[in-house]
Design a protein around this ligand. Sequence first.
Ligand SMILES: [Zn+2]
Length: 457
Amino acid sequence: MTLLIRHGTIVTATDLYRGDVFVDGEKIASIGTSLDLPADRVIDATGKYVLPGGVDVHTHLDMPFGGTTSADDFESGTIAAACGGTTTIVDFAIQYRGQTLHHAWETWAGKAEGKAAIDYGFHMIITDLSDQVEQEMDALVRQGISSFKLFMAYPGVFMLDDATIFRALLRTGKNGGTICMHAENGGVIDVLVKKALAEGKTAPKYHALTRPARAEAEATHRAIALAEMADVPIYLVHLSASEALDMVAQARDRGLPAFAETCPQYLFLSEENYDEPGFAGAKYVMSPPLRAKRTQADLWRGLAFNDLQAISTDHCPFCMKEQKILGEGDFSKIPNGAPGIETRMSLVYDGGVRTGRIPLNRFVELTSTSPARIFGLFPRKGTIAPGSDADIVVFDPEKTVRLAAKSLHMKVDYNPYEGRTVTGATEIVISRGRVIVEGGRFTGRAGAGAFLKRSAR
Ligand SMILES: [Zn+2]
């Protein structure tokens, strides 16, 4: 099967030019101006951008949390991702206490196999680091799971102490893995939550009020300091607060390999959303929580000046009906998370590129190239170049879409951006040479996505 995409504007993290892309099988075979090659299918991309498929390195599909499971499984979640222009995800497998990492991998592989419509990798969440598990980390890195997520929050469930975190960091200095950190001070948050509940403060907004920005900044600073002492890089997930961004910026100014991502929800929503009537604030209960509106400008500046290197989604949807409602009367029982896997590219294009906050190349870099690089997928993923996987998005910069839960593909009964209009939308999506989205419709196949063996640093 061959494919010729003609007359588009090809955009990578570094280049922008008019050209044609020729796809042979699963790979990009050549790029040129006026390529005159016979192809099984010709796509006219006049007036459109030809982008590398989006890479979303933070998703939680089919994930158990607080007695329920995130609403999208690997089928609905990856179909939604594809419809939004994302062709690669890296999801999180969870090692529960007493389990081996391999057991966790098997469990999550079972969730994805036969279901994923796009290619996927896994980070491994470590909750129990015995000597044997440390050795297993090395094996996982060799087998393509080259990053590990640790938590400084959720005591009694996911949280690790500093000594354990430090041991894991040291280990990545030997095996070439990367530690991803959920940086919030879980101990402090726990005390604040108990205090609020004892005072009868049970509404969704208290989720945010008990997770202060300083708790994120403190943990961010501590995570970076531990990584500095271990002499290894570190990647901070879902950075949400200006105070935490300051910590990353200061570290980078000192030349430390500290990396961080933020998410669209922190760029487009704010703590004011928690004041929506009744229980509606529960839609935005996620950790870290939404912050003050002024934070948004700081995060955009961080993205523009490379103190933040990636935009991922932390897609972790729970329906209001039957799921979020578990926390009616106690905000601490509201499942944490919100949908976003499908809306990332359009939101960031509309709110970032069209407003002039970031250039078009930077948009590609933040949503595809840089996460692919950091997590060992580049140049197979994250760019348009001969030899790279033919993961390509034909993007219409003029198309306007009204975001609504009803018309999106995510299996969740609300959308945090309901009614918002965005300009710039995915038109055709190609995954390893196959057209899987066309005219807003998914035309691919569940199970066609492959597990990605990612390289070490
Ligand atoms: Zn997450």
